[in-house]
Design a protein around this ligand. Structure first.
Ligand code: SF4
Ligand code: SF4
Length: 377
């Protein structure tokens, strides 16, 4: 039995874990309903346009995998389903708008990513020979490009002054993750082919984007491109410099004598369930502050989806906002709370859902802040 048939015949065992179904009260968003829809479109009982609309109701969070007896990878099946819908020219409005922006600008935000990189990077950051690449990804460059300057300053302070940024102009700013999410497999293939050799020339490839991490480690193989460079999340790379981080943290605290915060880590779906790299975020924070952060959810497995996974915030913004509200609804925040996420892709959605009085930062945003007394000198 195929994976999609297993879900289609399942009595919706994962129904209550799905944030989209719960937040939007939409029974067509369960894996069972979406796989049944796919089957109906395949056998001609349902039109592909109607099916394509139903097949996009997923943030790729993999929460359904935890209770699943069959360890089903629902997001990957949906990439297949959407690709099939795409071949039938069935493209929902949100996906179409994203795709048009991508065709115009090379990214789903319609932003000039080269200009952002130019503004916040030092010219010397582009041509080092250390073969360690920091890849900001399209969302970081579009939504908080100043983070590029923060991360490079942090690397230098830690002694990692060999890290390079993607070469300007001739290297696209997006890995193709948004195209994979909407079913444009040919577009993903073009994006992967355009970047593959450049990435593989690196010894180590580092990113703070969960979406890029998932696309490069899993999505690219679906279009025949395997990356042989070491692929790391930013927190994993920073742990190579754990002692230096602790030393900087100690000095910063001696200078600023800050009030101790309550650190709350939003365990991004992309880092925990999808790529199993999230623990490093806690370790980095502990090295820099001496404090062990608490998880945002009851435990790291039951964390809240921010709604922006698989660019759901661009294709279905209202549903994505409802997911973020639903996922954060029961959280209480002490006065000293600071919410930190390891995925730069979650920051904007979490900020919109969490009360304004609670700072929400990505990992480097927090470190730039916390270590500012020593990074400024
Ligand atoms: S993911 Fe697992 S639990 Fe959910 S519908 Fe599919 S088979 Fe059932
Ligand atoms: S991956 Fe997440 S959003 Fe998608 S069906 Fe599973 S639980 Fe729902």
């Amino acid at each position: 039995m195929s994976g999609s048939t297993t879900c289609a015949l399942c009595p919706r065992m994962c129904r209550f874990t799905c944030p989209v179904t719960a937040a939007t009260a939409d029974e067509t968003a369960t894996p069972t309903a979406m796989m049944q829809t796919w089957g109906l479109a395949k056998d001609g009982t349902m039109g592909w346009a109607v099916a394509a609309d139903a097949l996009q109701r997923c943030t790729g969070c993999e929460a359904c995998r935890t209770p699943c007896e069959f360890d089903q990878d629902v997001p990957s099946m949906l990439y297949e389903a959407r690709a099939e819908a795409w071949e039938h020219e069935a493209i929902p409005a949100g996906a179409k708008a994203l795709h048009e922006r991508f065709l115009r600008s090379g990214n789903p935000f319609g932003a000039d990513l080269d200009a952002e990189l130019e503004t916040y990077a030092d010219p010397a950051d582009f041509d080092r020979k250390g073969r360690v690449l920091y890849w900001p990804g399209c969302r970081e460059l579009a939504e908080q490009p100043e983070r590029v300057a923060d991360v490079m300053a942090l690397f230098k302070a830690l002694g990692a002054d060999h890290v390079t940024l993607p070469a300007r102009d001739d290297v696209p700013g997006c890995c193709g993750g948004p195209l994979m999410a909407i079913g444009d497999r040919a577009g993903l293939g073009v994006a992967a082919a355009g970047l593959h050799q450049y990435f593989d020339r690196q010894r180590t490839w580092v990113t703070g984007s969960g979406s890029c991490l998932t696309t490069v480690t899993k999505g690219w193989s679906s279009v025949g491109q395997e990356v042989h460079a070491e692929v790391l999340h930013l927190a994993q790379y920073l742990l190579f410099f754990r002692d230096q981080l602790a030393e900087l943290g100690k000095k910063a605290m001696e200078i600023a004598e800050p009030a101790l915060p309550t650190l709350i880590v939003h365990d991004a779906c992309s880092l925990h369930r999808r790529t199993a790299r999230g623990e490093a975020v806690y370790d980095v924070l502990e090295a820099a502050t001496g404090l062990r952060a608490e998880p945002f959810g009851p435990d790291v497995e039951r964390t809240g989806c921010c709604g922006a996974g698989d660019f759901h915030d661009l294709t279905r913004p209202e549903a994505a906002a409802q997911v973020a509200q639903w996922s954060t609804r029961d959280r209480r925040y002490p006065a000293t709370a600071r919410v930190i996420t390891g995925d730069v892709g979650c920051v904007s959605s979490l900020r919109r859902a969490i009360p304004d009085r609670v700072p929400v930062q990505d990992l480097v945003g927090f470190l730039a802040d916390w270590l500012s007394p020593v990074l400024r000198t």
